[in-house]
Design a protein. Structure first.
Length: 205
């Protein structure tokens, strides 16, 4: 596996030579610096630790500053690692969008937008009674019955009810690299990517 950390910029459309329109997400991917190379002998597994996004030194503690100085880089805001990476990189080297080529199939990991406390219509797609019959009114968005009284005298686990929605870690699979702009570190992937504009995402292959 190989991957890179990026920042979601927004969405746009691109057109193929035959006029076909494709919705794409623009991601500013890298450049990322290798801050640690983990091996089976020293750490028990093989991995590349990758960092992205500058962070002010005054907002970093001594442990962070010392760790990043080993790779001759300034403190970074986001750090992750890719296990069993197929990239042959050394400490302090950079990873850029050049690790991908147009047409590659990738996976993008991100955190979805938080939507707060939501009802059953928005959260689970309930339709509501819609004043259809039986003289009901003001019940369009109500959840309805959630459990029996005498039996089971409780609400079953997993009952679809109102609650907090969004803010989940999501992996989008089967996205394709449509276009790459190496000079801007931009990568365009087909379809939507979880998270708001400016959120951090991981692109894996």
């Amino acid at each position: 596996m190989k991957g890179i950390i990026g920042k979601k910029i927004g969405m746009t459309s691109v057109f193929s030579p035959d006029g076909k329109q494709t919705a794409v997400t623009i991601i500013e991917a890298g450049p990322c610096v290798i801050t640690q190379v983990k091996t089976k002998d020293s750490d028990g597994y093989n991995a590349l630790q990758v960092a992205f996004g500058d962070k002010k030194e005054k907002n970093s503690n001594k442990a962070e500053i010392n760790h990043f100085s080993k790779s001759s880089s300034s403190p970074k805001g986001f750090v992750t690692e890719f296990r069993d990476s197929t990239l042959q990189k050394n400490l302090g080297e950079q990873i850029t969008v050049d690790i991908f080529t147009e047409g590659d199939e990738v996976q993008v990991v991100g955190t979805t937008k938080g939507k707060g406390f939501q009802g059953v219509v928005k959260r689970h797609g309930f339709h509501g009674v819609g004043e259809a019959s039986h003289g009901q009114h003001d019940r369009q968005r109500a959840p309805g019955s959630v459990g029996g009284s005498s039996y089971p005298s409780r609400v079953f686990k997993g009952m679809r009810m109102a609650g907090r929605m969004g803010g989940d870690r999501v992996k989008m699979k089967g996205l394709k690299v449509v276009k790459i702009f190496p000079e801007k570190n931009y990568i365009l992937v087909s379809g939507s990517v979880p998270g708001h504009n400016g959120s951090i995402v991981l692109i894996q292959k």
